[in-house]
Every structure is written in C-alpha cells, then in structure tokens.
Design a protein around this ligand. Structure first.
Ligand SMILES: Cc1cc2nc3c(=O)[nH]c(=O)nc-3n(C[C@H](O)[C@H](O)[C@H](O)COP(=O)(O)OP(=O)(O)OC[C@H]3O[C@@H](n4cnc5c(N)ncnc54)[C@H](O)[C@@H]3O)c2cc1C
Length: 480
C-alpha cells in the first residue's frame, strides 16, 4: 500500500450521509488496518436521513423507508445485526390514491408506476376517461421505438400510453418518487426496466401479462409503488444511520467539519476546512460522498471540465410538512398509504403520505401522522415562502382532501434544499464521462446519489463499491 507519512494508509471520506457512511463502513470491513476519517459539515451524520420523536410521534425528516428488491440495504442491515429492527408495510392498507377534481381515487390495483398488470381495475377506474382507457389499452399494439438512445420519461409514457395516462397517473407517481419533471428525466437512468420491457416484448402490457403469473397475490393487489418490497427501521431512518456509525472504529467521524478545498501534492491529500479549523493533512485517498454541487466545487481546482460535468447534475429541493391529528379529526378512512397529486390538478402540494398507516409506531393510539410534500422540480418557487405559509398550505390541502376538522396537534417542517438529484436525459453518458475523467485523478473517488441511483440501498452499494476501489488502489496503485 502507499505510505506517505504513517504506517497505516489514511483515507478521508467527505460527506457523512448514507453514501459516505457505507463507504467508511465497507473500508473498515475490507481493510481494518486503514485509518479512515469521515468528515461532515453538519453536527449529525446521516445527511437527509434524520428522525425526531415527540409525544409518541416519530417524525422522519426526509426518507421514511427503503426498498428490498435491490439487495444492498437489507444486506448491510444483516451484516450489522440490524435486520430485526426492520418493519414491513401493513398488508391490510396497501395501495395509494391519486387526486382527480379535488377528490382522492384509488390508483387501479396492479398499476405499478406505468404498468397495468390487471385490466379490470383500469376499466372501472374513474381516474381516466373512456378515451384515456382505450388509449392506454392500445399500448399493446404500439410498435417499439426503433431509434437507439435515451428519451424522457414523459416522451416514453405519452408515446406508449397516451397523454391522459401520463397526466393523470404517471406524472404524479414519478413526481412523487423523484420530486422531478418527467419531461426532463431520463428513462434510461431512472426506469430502464420499462425500456427493456418494450424492447424485449414489444409492449409493456404484454411483458407484464407474461410476468404476472409469477407474482404473489399481495403484489398483484398493490398499486402506485411496489409497497410489499419496502421496509422501515422501527425507530426511524436515523437509527439505521446510528447503527452504521456505531460500527466504525472510535474517532473515525468528525462533525462540524465542512471541507472548503482539497489539495494534492505528490500523491498526498490535504483537506482545508471551513472556519478556523486547522487543515487535515496526509491522506492517501479521498472519497467525495457529497451532493453534486459540493463535489463540483471541491474538484474545480483539480479539473475544471470534470467539475462542469458534475455541476450539470441538478438537485431539486422540497419541503416536507409533518402534521399530527387525532384520528377522529380526519373523516377519510385512510385505507391506503397516501396519495399523489397530478400537476394538472394545479394544487400546491406534490403528495401526501399516511405515515402512521404505513408503519406502526409512528403515532400514539387514536392519532395519525401525515406527511405533505411541497415544491420539487415543478413548484420550486413555493420553497421561497416562509415556514408559516408552507405550514398553512399543507394543513389547508390536507383538510380539503381528507376532510380534516380543527387544527393539527403538532407539526414539523423539514426543508430539503438541493437534495434530490435529477437524472436528465443523457445522464448515463454524463456519468460515464465523469467516471472516466475522475479516474485520471489518482487517489480521488466519487460516490453519492448524484450518479447511479437515488434510493438508500443504491447509495449504500455506491459507497461500498467506492470502498473496494480505494482498497484496490491502495494495494495495487491502480486507480478505480
Ligand atoms: C425528500 C426525500 C425523500 C426521499 N425518500 C426516500 C425513500 O423513502 N427511500 C429511499 O430509499 N430513498 C429516498 N430518498 C433518497 C435518499 O434518501 C438519498 O438519495 C440518500 O439518502 C442520499 O444519501 P447521500 O449520502 O448520497 O447524500 P446526503 O444524505 O445528501 O449526504 C451528503 C452529506 O454531505 C455533507 N456535505 C456536503 N458538502 C460538504 C462539505 N463541503 N464538507 C463536508 N460535508 C459536506 C452534507 O452535510 C451531508 O451530510 C429521498 C430523498 C429525499 C430528498
């Protein structure tokens, strides 16, 4: 291994969100002899994964669960002895709603993001007009696209299913996942499996009809997202972060340490910190697990072109208002996990989540906890409003849509500026270029949600792959 100053090679990980924590944890698993320092500007690890408890309510700051059909989240939980802390969604209430003309309607059973696996619920739904349903069914006969290359999610969906299915179902579902604008988002980088279905079977409906026999009945009956595949830590997302952090060797984590600049001389890296902190010297390798904007700023002096490429990955902002009520204040049966709001409805919220229905332990008996998403790529200007305005928007919208009487008992408002990366059309090629250029800077490694996936398990995988590359580099002198 390289050895500039001490006997134990030193690695700096910048960013203590789940990506950086997974990197540091994997480094400790792969090469316990390394000396790893993880720095974060904030005074807590976890990045957007934060949880607070008050009066028996459990408030999640950002994410509230993660998917298990990509294995890396659950695999890490098993390795650190955390798997017994994971709760599954409640089978009884699976499913979600979409707003049409100011009312909640159940998303047709079996309709997963853009793929109807059951026809009868689509035929009977009041969400689409008869013409919209016919156009959706005609997807069976729409020939696959011949041109190679990426296209936007909106272009793909309108081409295959028509404008109405896009406006009324797919746009709000995608908006709910990426807080993004599907007219700009890349099909290839966000949902490549739908393109593969089109290419492999000629039509998504045909592909799904072939797959459907292989699914469990719970999956066939879910709608909106694949809820049966999600889990949440009993005590909230921060408890997962804490469990990972607790497994790191003592002294690994340094909080309140924002990095202003990274410098390399003769293969040795120094981190210049913000404020009056002295620099952190003598690292053999540096992993940037920061959002794209921060990464672009840090690498600007090293490679301006690489920095420009990274800075083109935009992160959208949103705000989540959590509202607690007594159950009898809410007249809606809340027999689902939440709802999404199509942009064509022209409301001021993106979606609402019934947090205490999704998972137990989120609210005391006789109470409910709701989460309201505001902003995102299509309404970013709303985030300029002060907290009290955002709070009153959230309460007013929920009151109208769910029939709520009276005021919330408790509320919390989380602002998540520049937090959700937007994978625009061409993202795959951009990321390939970024990896290629970054590989030329010896001892520098990039990870985080800006590149290969936004979900927690994919971020964990990205961090673990970065750790492996660091170990290979330190052992063989090979970069990446
Ligand atoms: C509103 C919202 C809801 C989501 N819901 C889900 C969900 O339900 N399930 C799911 O799987 N995923 C969800 N995601 C996605 C997922 O949570 C994120 O992609 C993931 O947590 C990002 O982790 P990260 O470590 O890459 O980045 P972050 O969590 O953003 O962490 C980056 C860290 O870098 C630090 N940092 C930045 N600059 C510097 C600097 N110069 N010096 C030192 N430190 C610095 C920051 O302080 C921060 O702690 C959601 C995301 C958002 C925004």
């Amino acid at each position: 291994m390289n050895n500039p100053t001490t006997s134990a090679p030193r690695v700096a990980v910048i960013g203590g969100g789940i990506s950086g924590l997974a990197t540091a944890h994997r480094l400790a698993e792969l090469a316990p002899q390394l000396s790893v320092t993880l720095v974060d500007r904030a005074d807590r690890v976890g990045g957007v994964l934060q949880t607070a408890e008050q009066d028996g309510f459990l408030f999640e700051w950002g994410p509230d669960n993660f998917i298990t059909n990509v294995p890396w989240g659950i695999a890490l939980c098993r390795r650190i002895g955390f798997a017994d802390q994971l709760l599954e969604t409640d089978d009884q209430h699976r499913g979600a709603f979409v707003v049409r003309r100011g009312r909640l309607h159940r998303i047709p059973q079996g309709f997963i993001i853009m793929a109807p696996s059951r026809m009868w619920p689509v035929v009977t739904t009041p969400i689409l007009s008869p013409w919209g349903k016919l156009r959706m069914a005609a997807e069976f006969f729409v020939p696959p696209r011949r041109e190679e290359g990426d296209e936007s999610l909106a272009a793909f969906v309108t081409r295959r299913f028509g404008q109405e299915t896009y406006d009324r179902l797919v746009q709000p579902l995608i908006g709910g996942i990426y807080t993004g604008d599907p007219r700009l988002l890349s099909l290839q980088a966000t949902m490549p499996r739908f393109r593969e279905m089109e290419q492999g079977h000629g039509s998504l409906i045909r592909a799904i009809m072939r797959q459907v026999g292989r699914r469990t009945s719970a999956d066939r009956n879910s709608s909106g997202g694949r809820y049966s595949m999600f889990v949440a830590p009993r005590r909230g997302m921060f408890s997962l972060v804490q469990a990972v952090a607790d497994r790191l060797p003592a002294g690994t984590i340094r909080l309140g340490a924002g990095v202003r600049r990274i410098m390399q001389q003769n293969g040795v890296w120094t981190l210049e910190l913000e404020g009056r902190h002295p620099p952190l010297p003598a690292f053999d390798a540096v992993v940037l697990a920061t959002p794209a904007k921060a990464t672009a700023e840090l690498i600007q002096p090293l490679d301006g072109i690489l920095s420009d490429q990274v800075s083109q990955i935009h992160h959208s902002s949103c705000c989540i208002v959590s509202l607690a009520y007594q159950r009898d204040q809410v007249s809606h049966p809340m027999d689902g996990f939440g709802f999404v709001v199509p942009a064509v409805e022209q409301r001021e919220i993106i979606s609402g989540s019934f947090a205490s229905v999704k998972y137990p332990g989120r609210a005391p008996d006789g109470h409910v906890l709701l989460r309201v998403f505001i902003g995102g790529a299509l309404q970013e200007e709303l985030l300029e409003l002060p907290d009290d305005r955002l709070l009153s928007i959230a309460h007013r919208e929920m009151a109208q849509l769910l029939g709520i009487r009276g005021e919330p008992l408790l509320h919390r408002l989380a602002r998540l500026p520049a937090s959700m990366p937007q994978y625009y059309v061409g993202h795959g090629e951009r990321v390939a270029t970024i990896h290629e250029r970054a590989a030329a800077i010896r001892g520098l490694f990039l990870t985080g949600n800006a590149y290969e996936g936004v979900g927690v398990p994919v971020c964990i995988h990205g961090g673990e792959k970065a750790a492996q590359r660091v170990v290979d580099y330190l052992q063989n002198g090979a970069n990446k």
